[in-house]
Design a binder for this molecule. Sequence first.
Ligand SMILES: Nc1ncnc2c1ncn2[C@@H]1O[C@H](COP(=O)(O)OP(=O)(O)OP(=O)(O)O)[C@@H](O)[C@H]1O
Ligand SMILES: [Mg+2]
Length: 383
Amino acid sequence: MAKVLLENIEKSYAETHVVKDVNLEIQDKEFLVLVGPSGCGKSTCLRMIAGLEEISGGTIKIGDRVVNHLSPKDRDIAMVFQSYALYPHMTVYDNMAFGLKLKNRRHGLGRFLHRAEMRQRDTEIRAQVQRAAEMLDIGHLLDRKPKQLSGGQRQRVALGRAIVRQPQVFLMDEPLSNLDAKMRVQTRAEIIKLHRRLGITTIYVTHDQVEAMTMGDRIAVMNDGILQQCDTPLNLYHHPKNRFVAGFIGSPGMNLLDMRVIKSDNKLFLELDNLQLQAPARSQKVLLPYIGKTVAIGIRPQDIYDSAYLPATLQATPGNTFHARCEVTEQMGDATHLFLQAGDHALVAAVTEKTAPKPNEDLKLVIALERIHLFDAESSESI
Ligand SMILES: Nc1ncnc2c1ncn2[C@@H]1O[C@H](COP(=O)(O)OP(=O)(O)OP(=O)(O)O)[C@@H](O)[C@H]1O
Ligand SMILES: [Mg+2]
């Protein structure tokens, strides 16, 4: 078990700069999720930690060792890929035992092993594979070949193969994305349980923010090769550092509108066409330098309410109310998503199932203003 440290990590392929000055410290035993849109450099980061890809700059440490120039087999890591990467001609048992046998052979090279010693080692490997297989509920499949398994079972074999090696660090690259939705949720929970049990530092790559939110002790959000923010799921949700993180974390995504800050009657308002909102009390001061300018306003769908069903803590006022046409309604069971059109602007609200508008019905909606987010229009940083 070990801490992983990335210092000023860079990666370029000829002209293209794909990872830009990434600094990240992953604690011993931590489950860190690396998340971001397709092509942002997640797999490249993971492959550089694994040693499958050379770094163009910076330092990678695993435990106390700088591993920049160590080959993958000497880094004491185990990697799980989206594609399982099982040997098709080998049984599940042999797939899981293969790495251990290879390791033993390497250790044994150059010296003569007694038959008894070899038998002893085989017995140990068998016990290790058996234990991992039971943990993953694939003990009954050890004699099968990969093609005789379902996708979920194959992925568990790939996980098992990583576990038996007892590495210092697990590196997982979208291991669940080939599974169907239900299997994904189930295997997600299994990986978390496994992590609790084994306590092995894990770096887990996904582009799915729900997976990131549900699995990570901390989440590192990347975009365009740059690490945007690394924090706990709730801190990312409640205190996104910039517009990108705000829009990426949360489902449905945050509504983002560019609104002008205006002053009237000694109060600040946010204005966009027919939409006028009072600036939240806590933000009156920070918005002073923005009077006459545009700021980006972030409103979570969960912070927009149907005025007919307001929580006790919220009252409709002219400064927090707007009208919109509800074009599409999605009933999710636990919430209802409304796809709204307010003038030229599209918004999404997540309300309770009590709201059941007819197609294109006009609704009166109320925003919990104290919960809105503000971003500088130019730098995109949180205000
Ligand atoms: N061998 C290569 N040569 C040139 N460019 C590459 C190479 N490998 C990756 N890239 C580029 O580097 C960028 C980052 O790729 P990477 O695979 O790390 O993305 P990712 O975040 O894992 O995306 P995804 O979610 O789609 O897996 C992409 O723009 C990709 O096109
Ligand atoms: Mg990838």
